[in-house]
Design a protein around this ligand. Sequence first.
Ligand code: IMP
Ligand code: MG
Length: 177
Amino acid sequence: MSEVLYSARELEKVVADLAAEIAADFAGQPLLLLGLLKGCHPFLADLSRHLSRYQVELSVDYLQAKSYIGKASSGRVTISPLNPDDSFCRRRHVIVVDDIFDSGLTMKEVMAWLKERGAASVKSCVLLRKTGCSRVVMEPDYQGSVIPDAFVVGYGLDYNEQYRELPYIKILGKNEP
Ligand code: IMP
Ligand code: MG
């Protein structure tokens, strides 16, 4: 049996609160939300819709970042920009948006990648943060909720490309899929 961790309604509140926090820090400023595909997609869409209620000058772009194979981190992060001109982040204030912060390696590598390419500032925003799994010294700048060390799916998060479409987040049961 799998356990629902966050209902769609609970996620809505978490994302609205994150948008308010970001808007307070970036009021009146240009901001690039940079989503990490594929897991960011519902989160980034909802976050940007909530941000539209505030005075933030928003743009959205994406990078593909991959570190997980099945239920485990491979420990190596592959970054593939969608934009062949990787100066797209130069002199921009960027918030990297990801579904979950687990070991933290993905976020650390992507933030370093952006700084090397001349971003004016780089912050991180994750919907979920797992406890006790971090392999880096950094903390996410914005984090929605802290969860126990379990493998979760839904709202963008997948297991071998399944479950991303769920409007809620659940812990994947031992006997699933
Ligand atoms: P990190 O590099 O270990 O922090 O892992 C971050 C990436 O691993 C996320 O962008 C997710 O794609 C994936 N990931 C980590 N934990 C989970 C999980 O519980 N379910 C699904 N994907 C996960
Ligand atoms: Mg991911």
